[in-house]
Design a protein around this ligand. Structure first.
Ligand code: CTP
Length: 406
């Protein structure tokens, strides 16, 4: 893809991965993009302004209080004179300052002053990357609309192994190309189908009474909307919920767990299944056909039968098993341990663990604090709105399918 006429402002932070920027600039220039660089003080410890300037064929900006530069081009203009700002390497410190809205050097001031899209390519030691502070900052940046590419897993300069290696120049380049090729960038799930369950189920006692739970359907609805936003053809099978119908989604309304399972089966095949519904585990065995009347004496004794497990059924299908099955684990104790056990028991690929203890306000509330359990790894996500959780999950799903396609 040609990037002719595109202007990239590359902010080079202070990390060993800064050397990869030289190759990135070369590739961007080959594709016709104009590249202008800001080099942070720490970045200058790793690459020289001279090499950046030679490759970009432009002046390199370093100092907020450089009067000559300000006279030529003020930092506000510098921040707006580009089509995209790329921060590579985005160090833990730079990410923290971006998330906090600080403006204490030219890079952070420019990032705060810009009205253009920003992409970060994080690079740092694995512990720093996994630290809750960095993850909190990342969550904030993503919520602010910042685009992210990488980091990758691998050996690090510090002799450790894990996530934190900056994405390769090729990957950053293709993320930039995707960004400009709007369709591909914003709709990475085009051509895929998704099935999402949401809300509670109502299990009839008689024609007027039922057993239910406190699920609002907020999280499941938001996930369906987020998947559809990324281009997936999405069916949302929802129990009774007062959430507004998400746009761009085919909504199938159901009452009971058994209805929900039937609707899910009917929606197959699907590439992605996300089971976010709080399905009632039991139904009343032999619900009464007529309203149960008060009789003098003992209240009616209800006996229960176990409901089908939709997540387990989807995960264990021989034919038509969705390529990626994601479940939720609503727990009130031993969150991660229980979630891991649940993932094994149900046979799903990923599980989103959330603490639904009453003091968290998760059930029915607007926010959620979740942990994504994928295989052996657990990602701790900071507390964020259910919409943000949905966006981040949809993006992770898109990333998974992009990796699988390579
Ligand atoms: N689930 C389902 N069908 C059921 C019960 C649960 O599809 N009959 C799904 C939920 O949508 C969720 C996951 O299973 O994705 C876990 O739900 P949860 O209520 O946490 O677990 P349970 O299976 O009910 O296990 P337990 O109550 O013993 O923790």
């Amino acid at each position: 893809m040609s990037l002719a006429g595109k202007r990239i402002l590359l902010i080079v932070g202070g990390g060993i991965a800064a050397y990869k920027c030289l190759e990135l600039i070369r590739r961007l220039r080959e594709r016709g993009a104009a590249v202008r660089c800001i080099l942070t003080k720490a970045g200058a410890e790793f690459v020289t302004p001279l090499s950046l300037s030679a490759l970009s064929e432009d002046k390199v900006y370093q100092d907020l209080f450089d009067l000559t530069a300000e006279a030529e081009m003020g930092h506000i203009q510098l921040s707006r004179d580009a089509d995209l700002l790329v921060v590579a390497p985005a160090t833990a410190d730079l990410m923290a300052r971006m998330a906090g809205g600080q403006a204490n050097d030219l890079a952070s001031t420019t990032l705060l002053a810009t009205d253009k899209p920003v992409m970060i390519a994080p690079a740092m030691n694995v512990r720093m990357w996994e630290h809750p502070a960095t993850q909190r900052n990342l969550g904030q940046l993503l919520a602010d609309g910042v685009l992210q590419v990488g980091p990758n897993e691998g050996n690090m300069a510090c002799n450790e192994f894990g996530f934190g290696r900056m994405a390769e120049p090729d990957e950053i380049l293709s993320a930039i190309e995707k960004h400009f090729d709007g369709h591909a960038a914003t709709r990475p799930l085009d051509g895929l189908t998704a099935l999402v369950t949401s809300g509670p189920t109502h299990e009839a006692i008689d024609p007027v009474r039922y057993i239910a739970n406190r699920s609002s359907g907020k999280q499941g609805h938001a996930i369906a909307a987020a998947l559809a936003d990324l281009g997936a053809e999405t069916v949302l099978v929802s129990g009774p919920s007062s959430e507004p119908d998400p746009t761009g989604v085919r909504l199938v309304r159901v009452e009971s767990a058994r209805d929900m399972l039937a609707a899910c089966r009917a929606a197959l095949p699907a590439d992605i299944a996300v089971c976010a519904a709080a399905v009632a585990d039991w139904r009343v065995d032999g619900a009464a056909g007529q309203k149960i009347k008060k009789r003098n004496g003992a209240p009616p004794a209800l006996s229960f039968a176990e409901n089908p497990d939709i997540l387990k059924t989807m995960s264990r299908l021989r034919k038509d098993r969705p390529k990626l099955v994601v479940g939720f684990a609503a727990e009130t104790e031993d969150l991660i341990e229980n979630a891991r056990a649940k993932r094994d028991r149900k046979g799903c690929d990923w599980i989103v663990a959330n603490d639904v203890s009453p003091d968290t306000g998760t059930f029915g509330g607007d926010n959620n604090r979740v942990h994504l359990v994928t295989g052996d790894t657990v990602e701790d996500w900071p507390k964020m709105s259910k919409n943000e959780v949905a966006d981040r999950l949809a993006n992770r799903i898109a990333g998974h399918f992009a990796d699988a396609a390579e």
